[in-house]
Write a protein that binds this ligand. Sequence first.
Ligand code: GLY
Length: 338
Amino acid sequence: MTDRRKFVKLSLLSSAAVLAGNKLMGKATPASYVVPPTVKDNPIVISTWPFGKPANAAAWEVLRKGGRALDAVEAGVRVPEADPHNQSVGYGGRPDRDGRVTLDACIMDENSKCGSVACLEHIVHPISVARMVMEKTPHVMLVGDGALQFALANGLKKENLLTPKSEAEWRAWLKDHKYKPVINIENQLPGGESNHDTIGMVAMDKNGNLSGACTTSGLSYKLHGRVGDSPIIGAGLYVDNEVGAATSTGVGEEVIRIVGSHLVVELMRQGHSPEDACKQAVERIVAKSPAAAREAQVGFLALNKKGDFGGYALQKGFSYAVRNGNLNTVIESKYHYV
Ligand code: GLY
């Protein structure tokens, strides 16, 4: 089949996927509608979870006008950061066990420049602070009070991030004082709502340059000071403009142990497809910590330099949002434990 014919065929398949996604009104596209990961079009943005869809829309506004992938991913993840209904990212995030909302974020561009903040309080957009660390300092990472001081010195406003809903839930949790953070497994919270996690987003712009961003309030009711994978370059996010970009969601401790996103990019460098690279990273977690892996959720998401993308997770339930010239949908990821 010629490239042109292949492209037309794949475009039709992707339109079917978009229609199916619309019919389902925001529900993840079922596996039978999963589009071939070879549907390509520059630019492209992909991000974790169904809440990645509105985030992708903001990123797409930058990309479709020919903007830089770095600007796109920052604009994209600022959407869930500002959303009080999203209780795992930014404003409205669930607090730690002391009732403090502490945020982790990082960003990386096509020149391997990167910036990060961890355990940052009172700032709605940690991703923009991470970008300022990257662009305005000789450092990569600022944490805690230092990160807050830096954000305030750069004109950002100090705000209360604990919404009444998240505070009420935390106070209910305090009654039992069970220190068992729950992450990412669907429908485990009181009331049955989902406890999704981090937004990780990677994008390629019209010039073929890659960037990524990752931001979260981390594990609900974590120990104060706990930092997950999301602000750690190589764990929660990695970009190599020669090869591809990867990001992760889920229990950060498991991702940090295998330096997950860097591993995914290195596997792509060796020739693995994005989905296969993500699968191998998941299998590495299973091999290194089988007992913990059985109970945890981790999802990886990757994009290579050719525009192929894919994801893989430990457990059923992980999905990711894709936006390019052909696609605007949510795709259910394959997973390890069937
Ligand atoms: N992946 C988010 C966290 O573990 O904090």
